[in-house]
Each structure stands twice: as structure tokens, then as C-alpha cells.
Design a protein around this ligand. Structure first.
Ligand code: ZN
Length: 151
């Protein structure tokens, strides 16, 4: 840890204690200029990279996700706030995995679950575009499954 006064790298810890938020606060002293300063060490929850189906990695993109949701939910009685909550839940869920990377289908699965509860039309639209329900047979089966209530 560099001294913030003289930029010396020779500093030593003279005290270390956790604070009320669970962070670690350290008191340090510079061995060059002998001034004291504090550091705060805290855990950062990072958002994992998303592994695409073709193996490429990309940053989790909340804007892209919400655009996809808006298309799926066009002209459906779903508020913008409900879509934002889905995106928040997705981001929270992938952070909670504690992993550096998550496959894109993990995100797709969460979105699908959320939309299924929210609006069946939006759910089917999303499934067609993002889960590759590209043939009519698969779409029909999915609709039948919804109708029969076997979720
Ligand atoms: Zn110093």
C-alpha cells in the first residue's frame, strides 16, 4: 500500500479492525515520512462475464436485456418498472453465484421464469427469440404445456 503523502511503498500496518459493515479498517504508518493514514478493505460483488452459446464472453448488459424484454412485452399490460425489476433480479442472481463467468442460458432461464409468471404472451415471444423455439412444433408444444398448467 502506497503512502498517500509521499508515495513511498514502505508502509506498515499498526492497527486492523473490522467496522460495523463488516469491512476491515487498517491504520498504517509510512516508514519514509512517518505519517499515518487509514485504508478500508471491503469485498466487491462483481458481475460475472456472460458466456455466449458460441463461447465468446461479454459483459452483462442490462440495457440489452431490457431491450429484449421490451420487444417481448410490446403492447402487453406490463409496466416498465416490472421489466426493470426482472433485470435487477437477473443481475442479483448471477452475482450471487460468486462465479467469474456464467453461461448465457442461466440468464435466459431466469428471464423465462419471470416472464412465465408475468405474462404468457410475453413469455412465448421471448422464448421464440431467445431460446430458439424456431419451429412451429416446438412453439405449439410450449403453448400446450402452458395451457395444461404443467410448469
Ligand atoms: Zn510517506
Amino acid at each position: 500500500m502506497k503512502c498517500p503523502y509521499c508515495s513511498s511503498e514502505q508502509t506498515r500496518v499498526i492497527d486492523s479492525r473490522p467496522d460495523a459493515q463488516g469491512n476491515v479498517r487498517r491504520r498504517r504508518e509510512c516508514e519514509s515520512c512517518e505519517r499515518r493514514f487509514s485504508t478500508l478493505e471491503r469485498a466487491i460483488l462483481t458481475t460475472p462475464l456472460v458466456i455466449k452459446r458460441d463461447g465468446r464472453r461479454e459483459e452483462f448488459d442490462a440495457h440489452k436485456l431490457i431491450s429484449g424484454l421490451r420487444i417481448a412485452c410490446a403492447r402487453r399490460p406490463i409496466s416498465a418498472e416490472a421489466l426493470e425489476r426482472i433485470v435487477e433480479r437477473v443481475e442479483y442472481a448471477i452475482r450471487q453465484t460468486g462465479r467469474a463467468e456464467v453461461p448465457s442460458h442461466v440468464i435466459g432461464d431466469i428471464v423465462i421464469d419471470e416472464l412465465r409468471q408475468l405474462d404468457e404472451v410475453a413469455y412465448i415471444r421471448y422464448a421464440i427469440v431467445y431460446l430458439g423455439l424456431s419451429d412451429l412444433e416446438a412453439i405449439r408444444n410450449e403453448i400446450e404445456r402452458l395451457r395444461s398448467g404443467r410448469h
